[in-house]
Design a protein around this ligand. Sequence first.
Ligand SMILES: Cc1cc2nc3c(=O)[nH]c(=O)nc-3n(C[C@H](O)[C@H](O)[C@H](O)COP(=O)(O)OP(=O)(O)OC[C@H]3O[C@@H](n4cnc5c(N)ncnc54)[C@H](O)[C@@H]3O)c2cc1C
Length: 496
Amino acid sequence: MTDTYDALIVGGGIIAAAAGQHLTAAGYRTLLVERDDYGSGTSSKTSRLQHCGLGYFSGATGSIAAFLARPRTVIECFDLMRRAMQARAEFVQAAPERVKPVTFIVPLTRENAIPPWKARLAFRLMAAADRGKVALDLRLLPAQEARAHPALEGMAGLQDIRGAISFTEYQYHWPERIVVDTVMKARAIGMEALNHTAVAALMREGELWGVRLTGAEGAREVSSRAVINCAGVWVDEIIALAGAPHIRKNTGEKGTNIVVRLPQRLRGIGFETVTVAGAPFYLIPWGELHYAGPWDSPSGGGPDGFRATEAEIAAILAQIGRLFPGFGLRREDVLYAWAGVRPRSLASDGKSSSAAVRAHDLTDEGLPNFFTFTGGLLMTHQDAGRRLTRAVARRLKPSGPPRPLDKGAFRIADIDHVTETSVAQAVLHEQARSLSDILRRRLRVGWESDLGLSHAETAAKLAAPHLGWTPEEVAAQIARFTEETVADFTLRAPLP
Ligand SMILES: Cc1cc2nc3c(=O)[nH]c(=O)nc-3n(C[C@H](O)[C@H](O)[C@H](O)COP(=O)(O)OP(=O)(O)OC[C@H]3O[C@@H](n4cnc5c(N)ncnc54)[C@H](O)[C@@H]3O)c2cc1C
């Protein structure tokens, strides 16, 4: 490995991966460093939607005049919606094997009723944003048809709804794999990447940034002309490492989802509404099951933010109970739950969070060639990679020639089964180091209904010769994977 880079990327979530791919393609000699595994942070705790951006119009559900009276907010909403729609078209067309279309239904209750013309206008604007490349399939259901829709059967206040809208959202099969795909495609064009290695210190050394990396193999020093801080909810910690603890750009927002079995008539259908607090709330199909949420609360990047609490699980059950009293769901019906902390841009008041997605160049704040991304989302990750590359290009020229950028899925033999070949591929070619790297982020089996527990032993034994695991280490890896699964998914009983 070389020791001086054009760009050091801190983090290995979706934003870091996209930044790495775009910077490398632009000719920057790039090193990406992730302290855990690629895609194991917030990028693995999402609602898995490649949203169309309809939610950005939520401010316009009331009076249009009141919405337009805040022109800055209007411009921001349109910009976010436009980026969401363009990213949807870009991803769905480039990597169709990583997403699937899901029909969502939104009942128009008294609280969130919008007239049909407003819904049509919103969807026309959205279709214009991606030039109709990927259909939204809007349907406006009149009240009578909506009341008879099987997905709304048993809904509280059904007799009072004014109608419903249905449209197509795309769901990622598996966001973690998209992160791994993106890192591997960047490596294929020359990026260097280290997982299970942390950026432990950053200091200015002349025109360069000196960087101390620590990992299982010990510490090493590298230097870089630029630092690209893509540490998600931890970006402020990285800014502090660089010597500017007074600069704050991020605020965290915890979101929790639970997994339940809903009546057969809802199979494969998504349901969307808003909570009494005005936050979006979904029932999203997941095989034969659904996940419900998110339930949001403020949080930093501490471990508590990455575990669903009993109070949050109870709040989601109560919300489902308010919507569909007939489901009668209880705590024991919750198969598992997960939580994560969204990185959100800190608003200009320095306290609240903003929906804005920002690439900050901190040069003028005392950190030369130091870039930080805030509010980044899975769904607009390619846009994030391009924005960061443009920000870097305004300060530094790449040291190498441009390279081809491939936005499609990374093609490998078999990611759906645990076999000698698939495990060897994960370890030897995709940098998997632990059982959860293999089962959760290289192969899809970690997302089967038992969360991969039944594959742990086979995968550990197949990985052992490649990773030099002794029989004791194999047992320890299986135990660690089981413990992590129980803790990360708040498991109370064995999964069916
Ligand atoms: C409940 C919930 C639902 C969501 N639903 C959606 C959705 O449906 N669609 C969507 O588009 N988005 C969704 N999001 C948002 C999305 O998940 C995040 O915004 C996105 O994953 C952030 O990616 P990231 O790369 O910025 O952060 P992360 O994925 O957290 O990556 C940051 C990485 O930095 C690493 N790191 C930190 N410190 C260091 C260090 N010192 N050295 C090296 N590495 C370090 C961490 O280990 C981590 O892996 C949701 C989020 C939540 C919480």
